[in-house]
Design a binder for this molecule. Sequence first.
Ligand code: NI
Length: 131
Amino acid sequence: MKIHHIGYLAKNMDKAIASFEALGYERETDVVYDSLRDVDIIFLTNDGYRVELVSPKSDRSPVYATLKKLGNAPYHICYCCDDIKAEMERLRDEGYTPAGETEPAVAIGGADVCFMYRRPVGLIELVECRE
Ligand code: NI
C-alpha cells in the first residue's frame, strides 16, 4: 500500500515545525484545527516524504494520552486506498481491529479516514486518496 504520511505527535507545534524545517522539511499546508479530534495538524514534506504533525489542544483529544505516553514521536503510518470500506474489510481479515469510527479529516480536504490496530504493527491509518 502506498504511504500517504507518517503521523508524528508534537507537544509544541511551533517548536516542532521549526525543528522539522531545520531538518529540511517544507510546509505543505497551513496549520489546520481539527475540532473533531481537538488537534492542530500540519503536513510537511521532505524529498517526497510527508510527515503529519499532530498536536492535541486539550485532554479531550483522543491522542492526548498517547502524547503523554510517547512524548514527541511517530505514532502511525497512513496508507492510501481507493475504497476505505473494502480496505477495512480486507484488513479485518488480516487481524486488524478498527480504532474508532471512519470520519472525515478536515486537514486532508475532508477525505474519509479511519484508524486500525494490530498488535505486531501498532496503529495504522487509512485514507481514500483521490487524484
Ligand atoms: Ni494521520
